[in-house]
Design a protein around this ligand. Structure first.
Ligand SMILES: Nc1ncnc2c1ncn2[C@@H]1O[C@H](COP(=O)(O)OP(=O)(O)OP(=O)(O)O)[C@@H](O)[C@H]1O
Length: 653
């Protein structure tokens, strides 16, 4: 693991993230947060539903832009360098399993490669994790076919690939059985203690997480309402120890016995006859037990249970601050204020500033200090401290050469492309129908309608038209539906959290689909040649005419899939669009024979130029018209890819 810096793993200053509600009201999902997460610690982030935890971690990952304030992760300013941060962070989203359509082993290996691991290292760590997580019997099974818990384990393993400096786990033990939950907590503790990995843990499972966390922040209404080590929080909130007592044969405590116990703690009746609950401060445990033994007497007691206060007790005892009425509609806040902006943050509660810079001696631990020694108990600040308004320490931004960037792009492209090609295994029948049989059926069917369609010119129109139909059907519809599915599963966030560019993601996606379209294009031309003995030249220009025809349609699919949220609606829109594309374009009949209105429409359809260019390629008429076709297709491809890149919701905002 390469350390980028020796400061805190996470530094959050005056962080605000506001959303507009449906009625125009301002919702502050995060409202003036300031804290640090020292390196090598497990930092628990607790809070009720809607408290703002997910918004906070998405900002740490550079997936949501702060409205104001700053976040530094591993010494890198997240707002300025969101892409750079991703190479140092591993993220386990709350929902949405990525790479679910490939095998578990591949999902781990590909994630490692996408995080920048070498081939050998990725393979080695994949094997280690399969062993550590007990995934051996399932490693070569498609992730989607595993049980919910096993899928979660694979997803957890993917988060560890590449040994990131900071790991963000959103509800890591959801769906896991007790054995695997314990396994996860053990691994979390080991990674922090042995490798010095910092772990930010969002969970509602406070009781279990207590064993793993070094420090905790409790959020409510976008603010931190309490922060400290579990011990400090127990002390600060006055959490009580509990003695549960069952008097023999369902009998009752005498008044004298109850009074003696009542002098030490609070005695209340239990939920069944003869049971009592005594709560007392943790330092009164000894006298409480003495009264139990000497005054009540063990022979009078059927059973008793004694529990020290847990972190869950602390969490439940914390009184959430009233959130207050939503603020009136106001002018939108600036997209991101520079860290040195003079504007003051909203007030922050006392405990929320416990982690302010300088509050924790271990933050300044010298280089080489082991995580274990750095993890000394944190002094709780009892005095309110104003939230700092100073800029965070300057961030280190390693420079990368063009060669290194191209190499990263190449690796990302390769593994994302592999993934897409493997996904096709699950929908091969659709590709067979649309890619191969549909163009063949069109050639065969159309050539039988009327006597005039069997001449060479008509057959070429039919062949090029059915080829373009294949591109439109598979390119637009399949891509739109796949992007829609990735979004609906919630896995887009996972891909966006990897250190890969959106361009690599889009190009790998489109390139994989283009390859699938190829058989449909070739079969329609071959059908004409074989069935009707028509001599085709098959000019090499087809090698760029086909991709140029497919790119605008693939990009269109990407835009539709990105903008529409309902998968069913995506299907309806894309099928209707394909219908319109074909209806308006002179693919199957010469343009001259179209009514004027349709002829005009066809001028704006890239499909018309694609079909025309295909015909020129197979007849060898590489003239001015062909050059115009190619030029229009090239412009449409560049423009539509640019629009698709913009439309793809890579970051949440
Ligand atoms: N994209 C968004 N648009 C509008 N409001 C949002 C958006 N994302 C989050 N919010 C609001 O911000 C608040 C905090 O949401 P967030 O998802 O961060 O809470 P959470 O603590 O992670 O909740 P949970 O434990 O249920 O996952 C909520 O009121 C939520 O409705």
């Amino acid at each position: 693991m390469v350390k980028t810096d020796d400061g805190p793993a996470v530094e959050v200053r005056d962080l605000v993230r506001a959303y507009r509600g449906r009625g125009g009201e301002l919702i502050k999902a995060n409202d003036g947060l300031t804290f640090n997460v020292p390196r090598g610690q497990v930092f628990g982030l607790f809070g009720a539903n809607g408290a703002g935890k997910t918004t906070l971690v998405l900002q740490m990952l550079g997936l949501v832009r702060p409205t104001s304030g700053s976040i530094t992760v591993n010494g890198i300013d997240v707002v300025r360098h969101p892409e750079l941060v991703k190479s140092t962070v591993g993220f386990l989203p709350q929902r949405g399993l990525s790479m679910r359509l490939i095998e578990a082993r591949r999902a781990l290996h590909y994630t490692g490669r996408l995080r920048g691991q070498s081939e050998a290292d990725a393979r080695r760590q994949t094997d280690e994790l399969i062993e550590e997580l007990g995934l051996g019997p399932y490693a070569d099974r498609q992730v989607e076919r595993l049980s919910g818990g096993l899928m979660r384990l694979v997803n957890f393993g993917m988060t560890l690939m590449g040994r990131p400096e900071l790991i963000v786990l959103d509800e890591p033990t959801n769906e896991l059985d007790p054995h695997n939950r314990r396994l996860i907590w053990d691994i979390v503790q080991r990674r922090a203690a042995e490798d010095g990995t910092t772990i930010v843990l969002v969970t509602h499972n406070v009781l279990e997480a207590e064993k793993a966390v070094h420090r905790v922040a409790v959020m409510h209404g976008g603010r931190i309402t309490a922060m400290g080590t579990p011990g400090e929080l127990k002390e600060q909130t006055g959490a009580q120890a509990r003695l549960e007592l069952f008097v023999r044969d369902g009998g009752s405590l005498t008044e004298a016995e109850a009074a003696r116990l009542g002098r030490i703690g609070v005695v209340s009746p239990g939920d069944r006859s003869g049971s009592y609950l005594v709560t007392a401060p943790p330092d009164r445990i000894q006298p409480l037990l003495e009264v139990l033994v000497t005054d009540v007497g063990v022979t009078r007691v059927d059973d008793f249970r004694f529990a020290r206060p847990t972190l869950e007790d602390v969490y439940l005892s914390l009184k959430p601050e009233p959130v207050g009425e939503p603020e009136k509609p106001a002018e939108p806040e600036p997209a991101h204020r520079a860290p040195d902006s003079p504007e003051q943050p909203p007030p922050v509660k006392e405990l929320a500033t416990v982690g302010a810079p300088g509050a924790e001696p271990e933050e300044a631990a010298p280089t080489g200090t082991s995580p274990a020694t750095r993890r000394s108990p944190l002094p709780a600040s009892r005095t309110p401290r104003p939230a700092p308004s100073t800029a965070p320490a300057p961030t280190r931004v390693p420079r990368r050469t063009l060669g290194a960037r191209l190499a990263t792009f190449g690796t990302s492209f390769k593994y994302l492309w592999f993934e897409h090609m493997l996904i096709v295994r699950t929908s091969w029948h659709v590709h067979m129908v649309f890619g191969i049989f549909m163009p063949l059926t069109m050639v065969f069917g159309f050539s039988r309608i009327g006597s005039g369609l069997t001449d060479q010119a008509s057959l070429l129109y039919i062949a090029s038209g059915s080829g373009v139909f294949s591109i439109a059907a598979l390119g637009t519809t399949a891509i739109a539906q796949r992007i829609g599915a990735i979004k609906a599963e919630g896995s887009m966030m996972y891909y966006a959290s990897l250190p890969i560019s959106k361009v690599a993601f889009v190009t790998a996606f489109v390139a994989a689909r283009l390859l699938l379209i190829a058989p449909g294009l070739v079969t329609s031309l071959l059908a004409v040649e074989v069935l009707y003995d028509i001599e085709l030249t098959l000019s090499p220009t087809l090698l760029f005419v086909y991709p140029l025809t497919a790119l605008p349609l693939a990009a269109l699919g990407l835009v539709i899939g990105s903008l529409i949220d309902k998968i069913e609606l995506i299907s309806i829109v894309t099928y209707m669009l394909n219908f319109l594309l074909l209806l308006g374009a002179p693919l199957l009949i010469p343009m001259e024979s179209l009514p004027v209105a349709l002829r005009v429409i066809s001028y704006v359809m890239p499909t018309s130029y694609g079909a025309d260019a295909i015909r020129h390629s197979v007849t060898g008429d590489i003239d001015g018209t062909f050059a115009l076709d190619v030029a229009v297709l090239a412009v449409a491809s560049v423009a539509s890819l640019w629009i698709a890149d913009r439309a793809l919701r890579w970051r949440a905002s």
